[in-house]
Write a protein that binds this ligand. Structure first.
Ligand SMILES: [Zn+2]
Length: 256
């Protein structure tokens, strides 16, 4: 069956001498894998160079017995050159592409994820607040994909937490001081950090972008969100190491 959709390139790899396989996140079909026959032999065969992060319009033959679909047309719509020209922006983008590729199952339509990805890439291309965009993306993707941490109350006893909150990756959220013994690896967390995460979850993307985040909260967001994601993913993300080196080790150079 012939299908048409818009899709962002998450990953590509070469197949034999002349072809490529691309993993896309598409508007209509979620994450899909497409075969672009002959794209490396004839640069003009497709109106795209399949750059990572690029938004393309695809026409493909959808197979029902295989998850690899034959792409007959792929036209570039938007290639976000300012992301590729900036090392930090491209690290941030590659990290978020790998995150989506890792969290989202194949062929599971979720238009919210597609919209989130396109919003993120547009803003990453235009704005300089790279760290904040990553936090927003992490919180939103956790929320959409059902991995949302439990932050409204203690995850064990459900009591409202007024002070001395700790965050437990193992238990999936906040624990109060009475329940902290349930996870010896839980870490203290500022109320401002959990409030920021809850605010980002509940707000629209544009509203969340206006949130001011202090230095201390930024450091906690970095550590909590990355550890929480790593704990819930089957394998660590390859891009996390490069991303952390750039954004963790020198936070003072990239103030929000
Ligand atoms: Zn408790």
């Amino acid at each position: 069956m012939i299908q048409k959709t818009q899709a962002v390139v998450l990953k590509t790899f070469n197949l034999r001498e002349t072809s490529k396989i691309a993993v896309f996140y598409s508007q209509e079909f979620g994450k899909i894998k497409g075969l672009l026959k002959g794209i490396r032999a004839d640069a003009k065969k497709f109106a795209t160079n399949l750059e990572l992060t690029s938004l393309n319009e695809l026409i493909f033959y959808r197979k029902y017995r295989s998850d690899l679909h034959l792409v007959s047309q792929c036209d570039l719509k938007e290639d976000f050159p300012s992301i590729r020209e900036d090392l930090k922006k491209s690290l941030a983008a590659n990290y978020c592409l790998e995150l989506i590729n890792s969290i989202m199952p194949l062929e599971d339509r979720n238009e919210e994820v597609f919209k989130l990805l396109v919003l993120f890439l547009k803003d990453l291309s235009a704005l300089t607040e790279i760290e904040k965009l990553i936090y927003l993306f992490q919180v939103k993707i956790l929320s959409i994909s059902g991995f949302k941490p439990h932050l409204d109350s203690c995850v064990v006893c459900n009591k409202k937490i007024e002070k001395d909150a700790r965050f437990s990756h193992n238990l999936g959220g906040l624990v109060c001081s009475d329940c902290a013994f349930k996870d010896r690896n839980s870490q203290t967390v500022l109320m401002g950090t959990t409030a920021s995460i809850l605010h980002i979850e509940k707000s629209t993307w544009a509203e969340a972008l206006r949130l001011g985040i202090s230095f201390g909260i930024r450091q906690e967001l970095n550590s909590i969100l990355n550890q929480f994601l790593t704990f819930h993913l089957e394998r660590p993300l390859k891009t996390l190491r490069f991303y952390s080196k750039t954004f963790f080790k020198a936070p003072q150079r990239n103030l929000l």
